[in-house]
Write a protein that binds this ligand. Sequence first.
Ligand code: HEM
Length: 399
Amino acid sequence: MSTPTTAAPGAPVVDLDLADLRRDPYPAYAELRRTAPLAWVPSVGRHLLTRYDDIVHAEKLPEVFSSREEGSLLLRTVGPNLLREDGPEHRRLRAAAEPPTRPRQVRDLWAGSFERTAHELLDGIAGRGEADLVRDFAEPLAAANLALVLGLRNARPDHIAGWSRDMMAGNSNYADDADLWLRAENATRAIDEAVAEVVRIVRREPDGSVISTMVHAPDPLELTEIQNNVKVIIGGGVNEPRDVFGVGARALLRRPGVRDRVLADPALWKRVFEETARWISPIGMYPRQLTREYEIAGVTLPAGSRVALVIASGNRDESVFERADEFDIDRPTRPHLAFGGGPHFCMGAWVARHEVSALAWPLVFSRLRGLRLDDSARDQLEGWVFRGLTSLNVTWQAV
Ligand code: HEM
């Protein structure tokens, strides 16, 4: 299959500046949804698909919208892995990795340790009266929890967080920056070594972790397959929970009325989570490649065409979500696209939901009395492939 590197015949061409997208992609997405719901964007080298219904349609046809994108940035960073496979091979890799991330396992195996780690991190900052909750709390929490679920007992949370950042820089390196590739390569080498050591241990002493489950699966995975899957999971398991934590916490701190309602009725934390993930989706888009000619959004795409499913845009589609640009925990429940759809639906959704909405937010808002945003700080939202707060500076009454 050849990969067309230009617009499909009849596809509108829209020039978008990557720096503008990084700053705030939502105005451009609104315009695309209105005027060119499938558009070739030269700076991205792909057709962007931006309406909710079209994205859902594509996700229902994985045999046409393949995840095995040729020359994919993720393949270059990580090597062959479950996220870039289709059909039976994808099912084999996913079945071997998934069991420890199911809701029951999250509750029975991991929730207790997640909670202890959250308390320890808060113990460490409670006396200070000020912190950057992204750097000092959400990121180390997500990294420590991921190390536990993966079984990476030999890696420090700050190393996992750093590897995750460096690999994400590679996965979103659409500008082909040589320094970013180098950072990603150093991170993947370190992960390969750490995983090889853990595999040697769990071969003798199985535990409930993802690595152990892949080693002892009915159809066991090879070392390279395990290493590559772990790299994908590290790439996706730190930044996204961290980002949804930061964005949701800031949304509540800016809306004291909503915050007070949620504190009075903790069942609402689940709604805060789903609405935050919809409103500012931690993963903004991901790629697919057509296995055959297919017509979508009024354009006939030839086989091999590259398409980006822009879920951040689908999640702001006004035909599905009224006043879509507003953060509103009371909006009618409609499934959002933040965890993707189809066979690649996020494997860590229950891990993320539990660590953020059942633990991180409730503990932060109950333990840090008088929590408020630090008005002097400049916490920026940044990114379009991945989007989140660069920092979340807050103050509270130190104890
Ligand atoms: C709020 C947090 C998270 C969000 C918004 C998120 C989002 C996503 C999305 C959109 C996809 C689909 C990508 C595609 O189809 O190309 C995905 C897949 C995946 N996610 Fe997550 N993710 C989150 C947390 C996590 C965590 C905590 C883990 C690990 C414990 C994880 C592991 C994975 C894996 C392994 C896949 C690939 C699944 C497959 O290919 O079958 N994610 N995620």
